[in-house]
Design a protein around this ligand. Structure first.
Ligand code: GCO
Ligand code: MG
Length: 413
């Protein structure tokens, strides 16, 4: 069997997605992958169509490992989000083909079910403690057993994870006052200071635990904004609130500083959405500096690489919590769940409910019931693309927000 075409589809049903469709010489047999990298969509699309697709025409789609190695090592230039997202898009589509050819769901090819479903979490962000509490309660009423809680920080403008421009779910932020020849679409600018944040978050969890109790698993995403000693303080102050884990306390440049947080606290730690290969993750795993590895399968080389990351993590008693926001496509969400339900060391899975428009373009996202995600028992990954529907939603340039401190200096968003 041979690959006959690698098609890249860029579409914006409610935000931009980059889909990869790999066609074969076997009539009707194709695979669907996702290669969406928020804010850098066209770079990945060009990487695939200009540099990768020509190498794959005529190759056997069954040779997933060899194709992965040839794209990763054979290109000499390796790693980084753009390239590893492109490789992931191809890899996910190839696993879809393999499953369809075998007549088996991908989780079955990965070793078969280890659990009835993937424990899922959702986000609850409030403008104040009461709104955050209401959102946690609403998530619990929907069936969630794990909820990530964020709250607006007094004095800040926009806060990561709290509605509007501060939410990763926001796509096209209009800034009429900031035209700069770009049709009005420029990154929104948020303001944030560490001291009010460090006072607010322990108080939020104090409020939530008093109001809701300890039955619901709660946790929090720092989004890489703290210094090591600030992160250590926050982790220590959150100890009485028994959070599931503190997500991404530090920037990925400072992995060795996780040691400092560990020295001061027993709050579990999670990290990974800005790491792009098993080598990026290695020191965190081998030194047991984290408890949850949360790479983005769609930004770290796909299913082939995720299995290897998970295997190293298992060896060092680390569980998985793969990244699963709205800014990666349903094929990656499907890949997440196929891996989750076949791993021994799965922990928890981030998820979103896609809009009707996204489901129209990409039918077959994982389904949620009673706190767990699942995939259909159909061959492959179970996610498809409706190319006619995709054409109705052309690409629109969009940026992630930028954060600045009170003095105007840049901070991580
Ligand atoms: C998460 C992430 C996302 C990222 C987003 C960037 O935990 O879900 O932090 O919200 O901000 O994926 O594009
Ligand atoms: Mg995050």
């Amino acid at each position: 069997m041979k690959i006959t075409e690698v098609r890249v589809v860029v579409t914006c049903p409610d935000r931009n997605y980059v889909a990869v469709k790999i066609l074969t010489d076997q009539p009707g047999l194709y695979g669907v992958g996702d290669a969406t990298l928020n804010g850098r969509e066209l770079s990945v699309a060009a990487m695939i169509s200009e540099h990768i697709a020509p190498l794959l025409i005529g190759r056997d789609p069954g040779q997933i490992e060899d194709i992965w190695q040839s794209l990763y090592r054979g290109s000499y230039w390796r790693g980084g989000p753009v390239q590893m997202t492109a490789v992931a898009g191809i890899d996910i589509a190839l696993w879809d083909i393999k499953g369809k050819l075998a007549g088996m769901p991908v989780y079955s090819l990965l070793g078969g079910r280890t659990r009835v479903g993937a424990l899922a979490y959702t986000h609850a962000g409030g403008r104040d403690f009461i709104e955050a509490e209401d959102r946690v309660r609403a998530a619990v009423a929907k069936g969630f057993k794990v909820v990530r809680a964020q709250v607006a920080i007094p004095g800040s403008v926009g806060t990561y994870g709290v509605g509007g421009a501060g939410s990763a779910a926001s796509v096209l932020t209009e800034h009429p006052g900031n035209l700069q020849g770009d049709g009005g679409r420029m990154p929104s600018v948020e303001k944030w200071e560490p001291s009010p944040y460090l006072r607010t978050i322990p108080a939020l969890f104090d409020h939530l635990r008093n109001a809701i109790g300890f039955e619901v698993e709660l946790f929090h995403d720092v989004h890489e904004r703290l210094t090591p000693i600030q992160a250590a303080r926050l982790a220590r102050e959150l100890e009485p609130h028994r959070i599931l884990f503190l997500e991404d306390p530090l920037r990925p440049e400072y992995l060795e500083s996780f040691r400092l947080i560990r020295q001061h606290s027993v709050t579990p730690l999670g990290m990974g959405e800005l790491l792009h290969s098993r080598w990026d993750c290695l020191p965190l795993l081998t030194e047991q500096l984290i408890d949850y590895i949360r790479c983005d399968i769609g930004h770290a080389g796909g299913i082939t690489e995720a299995r290897k990351i998970a295997a190293v993590a298992e060896t060092f008693h680390v569980q998985t919590a793969w990244h699963g926001p709205g800014d990666i496509g349903p094929a990656t969400h499907a890949a997440n769940v196929h891996i989750d339900i076949s791993l021994p060391n799965f922990g928890v899975q981030e998820m979103v409910f896609f809009s009707d428009a996204v489901n129209e373009v990409f039918p077959g996202a994982p389904t949620f019931r009673d706190g767990y995600l699942n995939v259909a028992d159909t061959p492959g990954l179970g996610n498809d693309i409706n190319e006619e529907a995709a054409k109705k939603y052309p690409y629109q340039r969009a940026y992630l927000p930028v954060t600045r401190r009170a003095d105007g200096s840049v901070l991580d968003w």
